[in-house]
Design a protein around this ligand. Structure first.
Ligand code: F6P
Length: 505
């Protein structure tokens, strides 16, 4: 039965699965993304499976587990080739597969031009307004196009001759929708863009804008997190390419057929996180943290961050604010610790290497100036932290810090809220995240304003328990109302409507 919560549907896996089966009605469902949901890596103890740090994976995995299908992605784990079958496929999870992962192998040159190059030194800074200059290279663009063609071939193989719905994730595949439609006009193609879409002035500098937009207009349905990003996209199209933009119905006609553009704010598996947080795995990670940080229960209060090391996440900004907090408010010395879980990311890109150096120097300097024999103010844990470790850190946090300079959604904020079944803990949240639109009970900050950040930290650290509970229970109700299953439901309902209008094959 569907539970009505504040007028919105709260869906379970099974309910979503039923809805998607109705919409797909026998068609294959194929998800495409660059990052794979499960990487096989070689370690001392043999081959193990790792779930990468990715908001996109956090959201799409539960969705595909619920509805089943095939996930086509770049095989990037060191042992990936050892576990696939003759068609480069492997079931996930291996013990009782819920979906099939089809791996696509890229050469180092392809990975360099398409992933590190065009995707992450051109499109990533172009779409996130964080004052990092994007770099453009024609060779990278050619490689990007070539890799989009490789994924087209893999998807067509997976689709076979029958009908299929292809659900593409993210900015790595702007050209794929058009490539698929040209090869197979009967395929239904949806794309979800997990990062912001910039305003048309910012987009204008992209040298191959027309081809990129034409690629995206191969979609039947194109989703962004926010209405604001949809508006930006329509404005960009209106300005840059020959197409009819219908602002009233939020659709674009190019070559006689429409692409519907809609906001679908993404979320997490609220109920599952709430269950997982009390498992033995989380308890074990908590003990490991306590050991590693040499903490005892009742020790200093913890402010926790859990991010990929990315310049969009505002990590130096939060460290500088913490430094100023300790200088302006000496009463917090020895009483508070900042624990940063930091997953290395895109380290072949120069900006990311520089950020790592900057962070090392900052942590070293701040600790050197403030530490005592018993207390180190910042613990910077640079490693890939698995799902259970992130949940353990969320539960240990008195304050969770999300200080992104710009973020499409930021699912760590929603994971934190879902994990706090104890209805406690404070979320300090950048107003420049998509999550800030829903989580109005967080302590919201402008991460560019260091004084405001210090005040917000003081407020969060000294907030009375009754207020913490009030805010957390409202945020929990908010995330419970809009889980990742509701997100999937809205996308597939919308696709069903385009079918009903006869706009989609
Ligand atoms: O959501 C944006 C995104 O770029 C995803 O596509 C990606 O998986 C995640 O962030 C992490 O980045 P990466 O896959 O480059 O490590």
């Amino acid at each position: 039965m569907i539970t009505i919560l504040g007028g919105t549907y709260k869906l379970t896996q099974q309910q979503l699965s039923a809805i998607v089966s109705r919409v797909t009605s026998g068609k294959k469902l194929i998800v495409v993304s660059n990052r794979e949901p499960a990487m096989h890596v070689r370690g001392a103890e043999g081959i193990r499976m790792v779930r990468p740090a990715s908001g996109m994976v956090t959201a799409i995995e539960p969705f595909l587990k619920a509805v089943g299908g095939t996930w086509v992605a770049h095989g990037s784990g060191s042992a990936d080739r050892l576990v696939v079958d003759a068609h480069d496929r492997v079931g996930v999870p291996p013990e009782s597969p819920r979906y099939t992962l089809r791996r696509v192998w890229l050469t180092r040159k392809e990975e360099s031009g398409y992933y590190y190059g065009l995707s992450n030194t051109s499109l990533w800074p172009l779409c996130h307004i964080v004052y990092k200059r994007p770099h453009f290279s024609r060779a990278d663009w050619d490689t990007y196009r070539g890799v989009n063609e490789r994924f087209r071939d893999a998807v067509l193989e997976e689709a076979g001759d029958g009908p299929a719905i292809v659900f593409i994730q993210d900015y790595h595949f702007a050209l794929l929708p058009r490539l698929l439609k040209t090869a197979r006009p009967d395929l239904q193609v949806i794309q979800f863009w997990h990062i912001p879409w910039p305003n048309r002035e910012a987009f204008r500098i992209f040298p191959w804008g027309e081809e990129l937009l034409d690629g995206m207009l191969g979609n039947d349905l194109l989703g962004f997190h926010l209405q604001y990003h949809c508006n930006n996209f329509l404005d960009t199209v209106d300005r840059a390419i020959e197409a009819r933009v219908d602002y009233e119905h939020f659709r674009v006609y190019r070559g006689g057929r429409p692409t519907y553009v809609r906001p679908f704010p993404i979320s997490v598996d609220y109920l599952q996180i709430g269950e997982d947080v009390s498992t033995a795995e989380v308890e074990q990670r908590r003990s490991l943290f306590l050991q590693e940080l040499e903490l005892e229960t009742g020790g200093p209060k913890l402010m926790v961050g859990a991010d990929r090391i990315d310049y969009t996440k505002g990590i130096p900004e939060r460290l500088r604010a913490f430094d100023l907090l300790l200088t302006r408010h000496p009463e917090f010395r020895t009483k508070v610790m900042l624990v940063q879980l930091a997953a290395p990311s895109r380290t072949h890109v120069e900006e990311y290497r520089r950020l790592n150096e900057e962070l090392d120097a900052l942590v070293d300097d701040i600790n050197w100036r403030h530490q005592t024999e018993q207390w180190t103010p910042i613990r910077f844990l640079r490693a890939h932290h698995d799902y259970y470790s992130v949940l353990a850190a969320c539960r240990m946090a008195n304050v969770l810090l999300v200080t992104s300079l710009h973020d499409g959604m930021n699912l760590v904020a929603k994971e934190f809220v879902s994990s706090r079944t104890d209805v406690d803990g404070v979320l300090l949240l950048s107003q420049y995240t998509g999550s800030a639109r829903d989580l109005v009970d967080a302590v919201q900050v402008n991460p560019y304003d260091i004084d405001q950040m210090v005040e917000a930290m003081v407020k969060a650290l000294t907030m009375p328990k009754a207020e913490r509970r009030k805010r957390m229970s409202r945020m929990r109700a908010q995330v419970a109302k809009n889980t990742v299953y509701g997100w999937g439901d809205r996308i597939f309902q919308e696709l069903e409507q385009t079918q009903a209008r006869g706009d989609s094959p």
